[in-house]
Design a protein around this ligand. Structure first.
Ligand SMILES: [Zn+2]
Length: 326
């Protein structure tokens, strides 16, 4: 390494023009005459293997329902990873009343500050569904979306320039119902699901940030090795269109398909109800291992997480354009 440096240094000096060129993104080799993109350069690229490693780590902790030691370990892991990417991390802690009594929960929030307070939220839940008699490790639900969101955080954190808008990554606690079915317990006033996302909406409202939140992307069960993402019918059309179109432009036509996906409620729902445009990126009806003991690591792939991660990252400039135009 030292020898190389000695050899290279004089060459660089000789070749140095009078006016040094502006810094360019490391990976950019462009011969086209297209205009320079206005979005900041991506220094790091989304790495599916790194996302896969995050999946492994979560599964190693075991089942991770709210208030468990395993979820506390997962929370520390996520928090430490985010901090290592240079992101500002905070916990949104609260107590939820559930069919199993009072449960302490915490959303994890990481911010990439932008030039404005306008917010784009990129989110996933990180709890696994509670089962009394099943060793449920949730490789796709939600380890894959957590791994993907962490890797998105690493890429965004590596960018040198401030984005136009502020990005916030939110990892929700308590998405899953404590009772077997999504709506077996609870009622419209006190549903037995989406504890973390409902609490986070109330926090945004309390801090007068709700009107700044202009778009929410929810990742949930998007790591299946046979990935095929249909369109959730409750999601906001323009936002879903941007992501689906971007995915297809990247060559993932077989992943971003037009069939309707019947989700019927998820963490994006409280945001939609609060007037925040939201999209759920989810493969529910065609994932055979949903809420089963064999939702295991062999069902998810690094490539599927990379497809979604790359597509979300490539969609952000277009979403920014949409929410900042007046
Ligand atoms: Zn689930």
């Amino acid at each position: 390494m030292t020898k190389m440096a000695v050899l290279v240094a004089p060459l660089l000096f000789i070749g140095c023009p009078k006016d040094p060129p502006p810094p360019r993104p490391r990976a950019s080799v462009s011969t086209s005459s297209r205009p320079v993109p206005t979005s900041p350069p991506i220094v790091a690229a989304f790495n599916g293997e790194r996302a896969m490693d995050h999946v492994k780590k979560q599964i190693d902790f075991g089942p991770r329902p709210p208030e468990s030691q395993q979820l506390a370990k997962t929370r520390s892991y996520i928090t430490n990873e985010l901090k290592s990417y240079g992101l500002t991390v905070s916990l949104d802690e609260f107590t939820a009343t559930t069919p199993q009594g009072e449960k302490k929960m915490a959303n994890i929030v990481a911010e990439i500050p932008g030039e404005t307070k306008t917010l784009i939220l990129i989110t996933s839940h990180y709890d696994t569904k509670f089962y009394k008699d099943m060793n449920f490790v949730g490789a796709n639900d939600p380890a894959a979306s957590v791994g993907t969101l962490l890797e998105i955080g690493r890429v965004l954190g590596s960018r040198k320039e401030k984005p136009k808008v502020t990005y916030r990554l939110v990892f929700f606690d308590g998405e899953e119902a404590f009772c077997d079915g999504w709506s077996d317990c609870g009622d419209q006033q006190n549903p037995d699901n989406t504890y973390g996302s409902r609490h986070y909406v109330s926090q945004l409202r309390a801090r007068n940030e709700l009107e700044n939140a202009r778009a929410l992307i929810l990742l949930d069960m998007m790591g299946y090795k046979n990935l095929e993402l249909g369109r959730d019918t409750t999601s906001t059309k323009w936002l879903q269109d941007i992501i689906w179109q971007t995915g297809r432009e990247l060559g993932y036509n077989k992943v971003f398909v037009d069939r309707e996906e019947g989700v019927g409620g998820d963490d994006h729902e409280p945001f939609l109800a609060a007037g925040v445009d939201s999209v759920d990126v989810i493969q529910l009806t065609s994932y055979p291992y949903w809420h089963r003991a064999d939702d295991t690591i062999d069902k998810v792939s690094a490539q599927s997480m990379k497809i979604v991660g790359e597509t979300v990252l490539a969609s952000l400039p277009k979403i920014t354009e949409h929410v900042t135009k007046k």
